[in-house]
Ligand binder design. Structure first.
Ligand code: PMP
Ligand code: GLN
Length: 386
């Protein structure tokens, strides 16, 4: 048999699928894959249900239904003061995962260099490579995950086509500071590079900090493609509705990619997300505050058990250092053991590195009910301390 495409054929199954299956097989509490255990707002779901009954249920416009594109533009104005033309500067996608693939496949030419910050979400590298891009990785290191200015500057050169920024950063739960964002913006401008900004956790920033899209920095409006996800903003991860906001010229090749990847996204879900994006500020404040309380509950519990807990400034996640517990030096093995023996699944952070990964960090997801978090802590306590 002739070989399949090597980039994909040689990949393992994504760690999220692997750990969720292991959790189900062993009836473990799943604090691995990032998804809330309660569905998002009932009124949003009701709009989707009604729209499916009422119709139309045929192909919507390729760029997304007008209502949703208008709602995305209004959202960018309301939260960030950005003036976005909904007709030419917003594209609806089937999740942020598709949005990322559209941006990378639509912009990268073989041989282009792409700057990425490690640890990084697992879909990035395979798509960059499939597009023919050459990854240039810059690490942020725990416990403070600070971005090193020199390392970042060294990763850029005249061949840099784009930088891919995930802010807030999964799995580090880091929120980039204004200074770090300015640094990225300066380098993108100096090297005439684009910035693909995966900001799916834009409404999950804690401790009263505002989310700062890179697009709002001077000179970046024309260079950034800002990606959002209704899955995260409305706790409806299975819906897979995403959106890209970018200058018309930059969005055009990305839309050409989208037309042959999915072409469109279910119309009833688009209607419901348009309705959701218009929710009042109290909804958005409540989402962040509710998650912050869960973060504190899980972080406090894990620290009390002896994990070294790193601060979570945003996202659904907490990362911990397992070394104080003497659980071994292989995060994959530790996660397997915790899932099968303690009955609590987590994600090995090494899955977010291309090579030479640190091996003692685990990622726990806290977007679960208080009872589930408490039961997970009880199980971990019984396993670790008998
Ligand atoms: N980017 C990051 C950083 C994520 O954590 C996720 C996880 N869902 C995605 C993109 C994908 O989002 P979606 O489910 O909307 O495709
Ligand atoms: N973004 C989710 C996470 O980090 C997983 C999404 C997926 O399973 N593809 O857990």
């Amino acid at each position: 048999m002739k070989p399949a495409n090597a980039t994909f054929a040689e990949l393992g199954t994504t760690v999220f699928e692997v750990m969720s299956k292991l959790a189900v097989d062993h009836e473990a509490i799943n604090l691995g894959q990032g998804f809330p255990d309660t569905d998002g707002p009932e009124d949003v779901r009701r709009v989707a249900a009604d729209a499916a009954i009422r119709g139309p249920n045929q192909y919507p416009r390729m760029m997304g239904i007008d209502e949703l594109r208008q709602a995305v533009a209004a959202h960018e104005k309301r939260f960030y003061g950005l003036d976005i033309d909904w007709q030419s500067e917003v594209l609806v996608t089937s999740g942020a995962t598709e949005a990322l693939a559209d941006c990378l496949l639509g912009l990268i030419e073989p041989g282009d260099e792409v700057v990425l910050i490690e640890p990084l979400y697992d879909s990035y590298l395979p798509i960059v490579r499939r597009a023919g891009g050459i990854p240039r990785l810059v690490r942020v290191t725990p416990p403070d995950w600070k971005l090193d200015a020199k390392a970042l500057a060294d990763a850029f050169c005249e061949n840099t086509k784009l930088v891919l920024l995930n802010n807030p950063l999964n799995p580090a739960a880091k929120v980039f500071s204004s200074e770090e964002l300015q640094l990225i913006a300066d380098l993108a401008i100096r090297h005439d590079a684009y910035a693909v900004c995966d900001e799916v956790y834009e409404h999950l920033v804690f401790d009263g900090r505002p989310h700062q899209p890179l697009m709002t920095f001077p000179g970046m409006r024309e260079r950034c493609l800002k990606i959002g996800s209704a899955g995260k903003t409305f706790s409806l991860t299975g819906w897979k509705v995403g959106y890209i906001t970018a200058a018309a010229q930059l969005l055009a090749p990305v839309a050409k990619t989208h037309q042959f990847i999915t072409f469109t996204t279910p119309p009833n879900l688009q209607r419901a997300v348009a309705f959701g994006l218009a929710k009042d500020d109290a909804y958005y404040r409540g989402l962040a505050a509710g998650m912050e309380a869960k973060r504190d509950r899980l972080a406090g519990g894990l620290a009390a058990l002896g994990f070294k807990v790193m601060h979570s400034a945003g996202t659904y996640f907490i990362t911990v250092d397992v070394r104080p517990l003497g659980l071994g030096n292989d995060d994959v093995e530790v996660c397997r053991k915790l899932t099968t023996e303690a009955g609590v699944a987590a994600i090995p952070v090494s899955a977010f590195y291309a090579a030479d990964a640190p091996r003692h960090f685990l990622r726990f997801c806290f977007c679960k009910s208080d009872e589930v978090l408490d039961e997970a802590l009880r199980r971990l306590s019984a396993f670790l301390h008998g």
